[in-house]
Design a protein around this ligand. Structure first.
Ligand code: ADP
Ligand code: MG
Length: 240
């Protein structure tokens, strides 16, 4: 089996006639933490949605292992941008995490012992067991992020596509989430996350994709984000 778990070949995505992602060819290694960095409107969220198989490609191809994304959906967990979540919807922590089992259960949503066990394990891994009956809107930002990561774990996925998971988190919650992602790397889970903070990306991630509609650079994060490299690929990042 290939060491590359996600392979993108000339991936091009458009909204109407406007190209949001153009000609992206790269590979994402199994068990790596890959940061997607780039300016607003660079196509970062669009690229994640394309990997999920949600966006028709104008050109190119995406493979997850040996499969088309639509045949790999159980392996792919998605964390939307916080803005895209309805925080007023009344649902408990446990209710959100249970949603992770829905795709596997089909319409009846009848939980077997194994499903409950996976929900319990996911709650425990994200340190949410004590909070499981709370409404999610009453939690802190860091706790809310952990709830959605627990839902992703409950799905049984091994590839995690996270859109700006650190947005709005304070310093302790940021450190905690970074530690969670590093522990996932040790468990050979693959994480692809949109990140804005270059310093945080350097500290936490092993690989980076630098995107501005086109791919500006890709590879080990120390190389992609080396100041000498950024001078030519993305000088605005050096002003931060
Ligand atoms: P990023 O996540 O890097 O900020 P996006 O992937 O959200 O960028 O957007 C890339 C480009 O596609 C932007 O120009 C944005 O305005 C456009 N875009 C994103 N979503 C839509 C949409 N649903 N309809 C039309 N244009 C969109
Ligand atoms: Mg975005």
């Amino acid at each position: 089996m290939s060491h590359d778990i996600i392979r993108l070949q000339d991936v091009t995505v458009a909204y109407g006639r406007r190209l949001a992602v153009e000609g992206v060819t790269t590979q994402i290694h199994c068990g790596s933490l890959t940061a997607i960095l780039g300016p607003n409107g660079a196509g970062k969220s669009t690229l994640l949605r394309a990997i999920l198989g949600w966006m028709p490609l104008t050109r190119g191809e995406i493979r997850i292992g040996d499969s088309h994304p639509q045949h790999a959906l159980p392996r792919l967990a998605y964390l939307p941008q916080r803005l895209d979540i309805d925080w007023d919807f009344p649902i408990t922590v446990r209710g959100v995490v249970e949603q992770g089992r829905y795709p596997a259960l089909g319409n009846c949503r009848r939980f077997a012992a194994a499903d409950h066990a996976l929900v319990e394990r996911s709650l425990a891994e994200m340190k949410l067991t004590e909070l499981q009956d709370r409404q999610i809107r009453t939690l802190s930002g860091g706790q809310q992020q952990r709830v959605f990561l627990a839902r992703a774990l409950a799905q049984g996925a091994d590839i995690f596509l996270l859109d700006e998971p650190f947005a709005g988190l304070d310093a302790p919650a940021t450190a905690e989430l970074a530690a969670v992602l590093r522990s996932w790397e040790k468990q050979h889970r693959t994480v692809v996350a949109v990140i804005h903070d270059f310093a945080l990306a350097r500290r936490t991630f092993s690989h980076a994709l630098l995107l501005s509609t086109r791919l500006l650079a890709a590879g080990p994060i120390s190389e992609v984000l080396a100041p000498e490299q950024l001078k030519t690929t993305y000088p605005a990042a050096l002003d931060d």
